[in-house]
Design a protein around this ligand. Structure first.
Ligand SMILES: Nc1ncnc2c1ncn2[C@@H]1O[C@H](COP(=O)(O)OP(=O)(O)OP(=O)(O)O)[C@@H](O)[C@H]1O
Length: 667
């Protein structure tokens, strides 16, 4: 064999020939990029490495045109692939007490070549998920975790934590985060509609969706809701396949999946792997972690990365695995599933012994200089530089904000229609509490307000109705976002829609739902208590307070990750409001240094507006005095309205800001 010590000087064609000869003997699927780096194969590895980086440069020349595949209704249409290469990926957990630093990933290297399926295997805790997350931009240094890496996409250095890069990677996480009230058909269509170019016709979207459902064996449950903890729906395996379909329908060039076959029966697992293979054949690079594959599934992978204790124990073509292990003293016993065998070796043989046996190959690929300039006018994401500024190719234009808001809104409406229990419980509870208040304060509003006791009760009824609207609407709003968070994060990070359309569609739903809830509440209490204010004015006041309270709750919901924590924090935001309402303590008696806080309380303003409307009567001097005591000035009602609306807008904007900050983080 030739001496390839000086790879930089070597004739690439000769190297390719040598590599092909080697690959033929091993029946490697795609010798141009696949590698095995045991010591006697170093020349081949180097040749492949040269091929790898050379192919990265050439990829722009010999690939399909950029828009290829966009305009067909075939989810397996040919596409421009991308090669992802990485080296020196390190992840360290900083020392704690007397424990030293712990290397969770140690100088990990590898690649996902285009047109191939690459599996990451390894014992539990080996670092598979951590590696996948780093490559997908879903992990970053934070707290005690330090991460460093050199990741290249078609030989451009990229930082996958950047949303632009992440959006080019179709990612199927281990936990399925699907909208529980959507069906698999609706979920896949939703993804296709929002992520494929605007020019894709409805007919194409429908056919793409149907094809995806058929390929993944989901045709029988295509119109059953996904379901969740409270709603009965499709099975766990069907959910998993739906998650895969949601990503694959967009014809991605890079597909990452975290344990896509877990929870699937063996038939469905094979079916899914065949689908992944088809996607790879279409040009995509497919990378996934997998636990205990059957030998049939194992042999279907083109390439394997075996991780052990945060290090790369093997990297190369799957077909070479038995030989690689055999050469190192661990031959695969006859009729033994090679996947089980290599896991067995990885887990039962001491790491020092494995080192001695010659596992854990070093990365001796010749990593050339990364591209810094666009190749053929295209950058790392395969986007023509000019089209970044102005979408040159009309057909490639993504859908606009209108479509995003429309799709999100109709999904929310569908959610309301299907989750009747949640809406029913909300309206039912409101009716019950309103009736209770109505019975307790029956006709109180019709009594003589100049009598101190009656006036106190009237004011009590007023504050009670307002507080009820505050809690009754804030609670569901607070819980809604943390519950929906996983779905939002997945969809946002995979480029379904922006933060603003999501926020707007949620706001619209809240406006409608809250209007209905408050109408029920006001209809019951207004007439039973016998309030003296104008009905419409009373309704608007209660509604404005409810919207401002939901804005505060949504802000809190966006800030906390755990719904339980949010619920516990709710009293912290609302109890002070009650104290400043003027009902429990006259504002002038509150310590001066704390009084400023009342200006942040929407309840204070709503109480003042409602009190002025109820008690500002010329025939009742006591009422005028009462308004003075609670600091409700009839001449300043417009000002109270202004603050109430301003608080609503401020809380909403702040919520939007927090959501935007959090949307880009996964850790
Ligand atoms: N944020 C973190 N903080 C502390 N340790 C972490 C963190 N993330 C990962 N680890 C540790 O890193 C190691 C690798 O974890 P990882 O989840 O990547 O393994 P895995 O191979 O995917 O395991 P499994 O097959 O069980 O999912 C584990 O020991 C895990 O405890």
């Amino acid at each position: 064999m030739q001496n390839f010590d000086d790879v930089d000087e070597v004739d690439v064609d000769a190297l390719m020939e040598a590599m092909e000869a080697e690959a033929v003997s091993k029946k490697a699927p795609e010798p141009a990029v696949s590698k095995s780096v045991r010591s006697e194969e170093v020349p081949v590895a180097k040749a492949q490495a040269v091929g790898l980086y050379d192919s990265a440069k050439k990829s722009h020349e010999d690939d399909m045109p950029h828009t290829a595949g966009h305009h067909t209704a075939d989810p397996f249409a040919p596409r421009e692939g991308k090669t992802l290469v990485w080296r020196d990926v390190n992840m360290t957990l900083a020392a704690k007490g007397s424990d030293p630093d712990r290397k969770l990933l140690d100088t990990v290297w590898g690649e996902v070549p285009k047109k191939m399926t690459t599996a990451i295997m390894g014992p539990s805790g080996a670092g598979k998920t951590s590696l996948l997350n780093i490559l997908a931009g879903r992990a970053q240094s934070h707290g005690k975790i330090k991460i460093s890496s050199d990741i290249r996409l078609d030989n451009f250095v990229v930082d996958p934590t950047k949303i632009e890069v992440r959006r080019n990677i179709a990612f199927v996480a281990q936990d399925d985060s699907l909208q529980v009230t959507s069906t698999p058909r609706e979920s896949i269509y939703f993804s296709a509609k929002l992520r494929l170019p605007k020019s894709t016709t409805e007919e194409q979207l429908r056919r793409l969706t149907n094809r995806m459902l058929d390929e993944l064996g989901l045709a029988d449950c295509a119109d059953t809701v996904v379901g969740g903890a409270l709603i009965k729906g499709i099975s766990g395996g069907q959910r998993k396949r739906t998650s895969v379909g949601v990503e694959l329908v967009t014809k991605p060039a890079l597909v990452f999946l975290d344990e896509p076959t877990s929870g699937l029966d063996s038939f469905s697992a094979v079916q899914l792997c065949q689908v992944l293979k088809k996607v790879a054949n279409a040009g995509a690079s497919v990378l996934f972690t997998i636990h205990q594959p059957s030998s049939e599934i194992f042999n279907s992978f083109d390439s394997l990365i075996l991780m052990n204790m945060g290090r790369v124990m093997y990297q190369g073509p799957t077909q070479s695995v038995p030989e690689y292990f055999g050469d190192r003293g661990h031959p695969n016993p006859p009729h033994y599933n090679p996947a089980d065998w290599i896991m067995n070796v990885a887990q039962s043989v001491a790491i020092e012994q494995l080192d001695k046996d010659g596992f854990f190959p070093k990365d001796d690929r010749q990593v050339g200089d990364a591209f810094t300039e666009a190749v053929d006018g295209k950058d790392a994401l395969g986007i023509t530089i000019t089209s970044r500024d102005a979408a040159q190719d009309e057909d490639d234009t993504p859908v606009g904000l209108d479509v995003q808001i429309g799709m999100l809104f109709s999904r929310e409406m569908r959610n309301l229609r299907r989750d009747t229990m949640a809406v029913g419980a909300r309206i039912g509870l409101t009716s019950f509490l309103s009736l209770l208040v109505g019975i307790i304060f029956l006709d109180v509003g019709e009594q003589d307000s100049s009598v101190n006791e009656y006036r106190q009760s009237q004011f009590g009824a007023l504050v009670m109705v307002l507080m009820m609207s505050m809690f009754g609407t804030a609670q569901p709003a607070l819980l809604a976002f943390p519950e929906e968070r996983p779905v939002f994060l997945r969809e946002y990070s995979t480029n379904h829609y922006g933060v603003l359309p999501y926020f707007m569609s949620r706001l619209t739903i809240e406006l409608v739902l809250t209007a209905l809830q408050i109408l029920v509440q006001v209809l019951i209490t207004y007439f039973m208590v016998g309030f003296q204010s104008n009905f419409l004015f009373f309704y608007l006041t209660v509604y404005a307070l409810a919207m401002s309270s939901t804005a505060l709750a949504v802000m809190l919901g966006c800030a906390v990750e755990d719904p339980k924590l949010g619920q516990e924090m709710l009293p912290l935001l609302f109890v002070p409001q009650m104290l400043f309402s003027g009902f429990f303590v006259v504002p002038d008696l509150i310590p001066v240094w704390l009084r400023w806080a009342q200006y942040l309380c929407s309840l204070t303003y709503a109480v003042r507006i409602a009190a002025v409307e109820e008690f500002n009567r010329d025939d009742c001097k006591e009422c005028q005095h009462f308004l003075d005591v609670i600091n409700a000035d009839p001449d300043e009602v417009w000002w109270y309205w202004l603050v109430l609306v301003a608080l609503f807008i401020a809380f909403r904007l702040f919520g939007l800001f927090i959501l935007r900050q959090k949307a880009e983080k996964f850790y």
